[in-house]
Design a protein around this ligand. Structure first.
Ligand code: SAH
Length: 242
């Protein structure tokens, strides 16, 4: 029995790997959040769909597992990469007692990479990826990770920077980073990467503090060496004499 967990990249078909497209072709049933299934509409026409709302991730994985147990070849879809705040880990947990199901994870372009490319090259060297959602991670743990990354002068990528209920998380995080980094630190915001209406902006850390973002946005914080070159956010690789 085969179950694929497929990362479709930030926006569907154009930014999917060939391996992801081929795996999807082999499946007769797909499970995923409606928005993501809509992004790959052309590739899943005629396939059975397991659709549930955003907050029903566990139910969706259980439904996908049951479809696999019934002999279907199932694809569980995540946006970006399925292993980065995606469904892959959860799928392994849900299938732990079902060794007859073989899970194959197919990686996709995560928002850090696709958004980084929109901005320039902000993640050239060491970087930390942190989600600001405290639904599954306590806020004090998030705080500790942000402060450690800032203290270590890591570039940072912030996923889930805000939602309707968490409007001030980005401001609180910027204040923590400002304890260690200059207010002039170069930051970038990318919204709707690869999708219709994609937008991006470069901004200083001080200004980022007072910027409203939503959950369709990924935020990039530079390190002490990050600069703007030809209008793009670039963290230098470090070669001398350039
Ligand atoms: N598995 C996904 C991440 C899911 S968490 C991945 O690897 O990219 C959801 C968060 O990812 C969003 O709140 C946002 O911060 C980021 N994100 C995912 N897709 C995005 C896109 N197309 N544009 C901007 N941000 C995106």
């Amino acid at each position: 029995m085969k179950l694929y967990v497929i990362g479709i990249g930030p926006a569907g078909e154009e930014q999917m790997t060939l391996r992801a497209v081929r795996a999807l072709n082999k499946c007769d049933c797909v499970a995923g959040y409606n928005l993501y299934l809509d992004l790959i509409e052309n590739l899943i026409a005629g396939k059975e769909r397991i659709q549930t709302g955003m907050m029903k991730e566990v139910d969706r994985c259980i439904a996908a597992r049951d479809a696999a147990l019934n002999g279907k070849t199932v694809a569980v879809i995540s946006s970006g990469d399925a292993g980065v705040y995606g469904m892959a880990g959860l799928m392994f947990e849900v299938c732990e007692d079902y060794p007859q199901i073989e899970i194959e994870v197919i990686s996709g372009i995560t928002a850090a990479c696709s958004g980084g490319a929109v901005l320039g090259s902000p993640l050239t060297c060491d970087f930390a990826v942190i989600s600001l959602s405290d639904l599954l991670t306590p806020w004090d743990v998030i705080e500790k990770r942000v402060k450690s990354a800032a203290q270590g002068d890591f570039c940072m990528v912030l996923y889930n920077p805000a939602s309707k209920k968490r409007i001030d998380h980005l401001k609180r995080v910027c204040d923590m980073i400002l304890e260690f980094q200059s207010p002039e630190t170069i930051c970038g915001i990318v919204r709707n990467i690869g999708r219709e209406g994609e937008s991006s902006k470069l901004i200083t850390l001080e200004k980022l503090r007072d910027t409203q973002v939503d959950m369709l946005t990924t935020v990039f914080i530079g390190n002490s060496r990050t600069k703007i070159i030809s209008g793009k956010m670039v963290t230098p690789r470090g070669y001398r004499g350039i």
